[in-house]
Design a protein around this ligand. Structure first.
Ligand SMILES: CC(C)(COP(=O)(O)OP(=O)(O)OC[C@H]1O[C@@H](n2cnc3c(N)ncnc32)[C@H](O)[C@@H]1OP(=O)(O)O)[C@@H](O)C(=O)NCCC(=O)NCCS
Length: 330
């Protein structure tokens, strides 16, 4: 193991730069995989740093200059990194990582303190999604004043190569019919760039947060791995939307919101069909039992649990809210 004796005086926190890209990708990979391996689990990122570079790339595109690194002044090594995303209603905290050689030495606390100071200066709440199975990160955020506000169950579902057909995917152990979304006066269609404003208004209404620029990013899809479905009601207004990402570093359904369970189920179904042959993960509110049950019927399995955490004001969600890890929002 490399020598990493560290005093807090030797640790400098500085803005992330373009030249940090590969070191940050390596740090995210090593940190996350080491943490899970130490607990007997397989690597979360099995495919190397080219996959974890997606966090740097998307966050840098969305919020240039809003990454932080902790650098060991003695060795020059990166000891930790995190990203933050200022929005009109709140600030989100993105993936936080410390190199395993530096675990338990206050590196994450020092990075978080910078973001907390920034949020306090802006007088905005901070929001994030953190694993309910990770007591290290739970304690880190809890010490800093974050409160778990919602619980999500991570559900993974393998989509057949031939596509996702809800009617064919009813799991035999379920006798009831499940959520019906066939006979409604709304329609699911592909999202278009001009939907970004309506998506932002709907999320503001249901979740109390505003982040139109994230939706513009998905809809423009310059990364070529985003897709968005929207649900339009008979008055031409949006009742829900669901994005998804098909990157090996983040293969997820969401983020999305919906006014009602059938809308959420139909949107999830539409996005799942975009992931043929893959096994995307989605964060489903545990208290939304109809949607959870529907996903079980379709063959989804639980793979982890996450909390939406907020430091400061929290808007109790209405309808169904499904966050993701990229971009993180809670
Ligand atoms: C979670 C992680 C970022 C913590 O980084 P770290 O630098 O080791 O954490 P710190 O040493 O700064 O400790 C932060 C605080 O949590 C406390 N803490 C850490 N683990 C704890 C535990 N199991 N129980 C109680 N408190 C704990 C520390 O005492 C410290 O509190 P303090 O500020 O009051 O002293 C690091 O373990 C990591 O990178 N893990 C893998 C990736 C990951 O899980 N990221 C989080 C994604 S949300």
């Amino acid at each position: 193991m490399t020598d990493c004796s560290l005093t807090m005086e030797a640790l400098s926190i500085r803005p992330m730069q373009a030249t940090d890209r590969s070191a940050v990708a390596e740090l995210i990979l090593t940190s996350t995989n080491a943490w899970y391996r130490a607990r007997g689990a397989g690597p979360i990122f099995p495919d190397g740093p080219t996959t974890t570079a997606v966090f740097f790339d998307v966050y840098e595109a969305l919020d240039p200059g809003c990454g932080l690194v902790a650098q060991d002044g003695a060795s020059g090594r990166l000891a930790g990194s995190c990203f933050y995303h200022p929005r009109t209603t709140h600030i989100s905290l993105g993936i936080m990582n410390v190199h395993p050689d530096y675990f338990g030495r206050g590196v994450a606390r020092a990075l978080l303190a910078r973001v907390v100071d920034y949020a306090d200066g802006e007088e905005k709440p901070l929001r994030l999604v953190s694993s309910a199975l990770n007591l290290d990160s739970f304690s880190l955020y809890n010490h800093a004043g974050f409160v778990p506000r919602a619980i999500y169950q991570d559900m993974v579902l393998h989509v057949p190569d031939g596509g996702f057909e809800p009617a064919r995917c009813q799991c035999s152990q379920h006798e009831n019919k499940g959520v019906s979304f066939a006979d409604h006066a709304w329609r699911i269609r592909e999202g278009r760039p001009e939907d970004a404003r309506a998506m932002a208004i709907l999320e503001m209404d249901l979740a109390g947060i505003d982040r139109q620029q994230d939706f513009e990013h998905f809809l423009e899809n310059q990364d070529e791995f985003w897709h968005v479905s929207v649900c339009e009601n008979d008055q031409g207004k949006l009742d829900g939307f669901m994005a998804s990402s098909a990157h090996p570093g983040c293969n997820m359904i969401g983020p999305g919101v919906a006014r009602a369970v059938p809308v959420a189920a139909a949107l999830v179904s539409a996005e799942l069909d975009r992931h043929r042959g893959r096994s995307p993960v989605m964060l489903v509110p545990t208290n939304c039992i109809e949607l959870v049950d529907q996903l079980y019927r379709w063959g989804a399995r639980n793979c982890e649990l996450h909390f939406a955490q907020a430091r400061g004001h929290w808007h109790e969600p209405e309808g169904i809210v499904m966050p993701t890890f990229l971009p993180e929002s809670a």
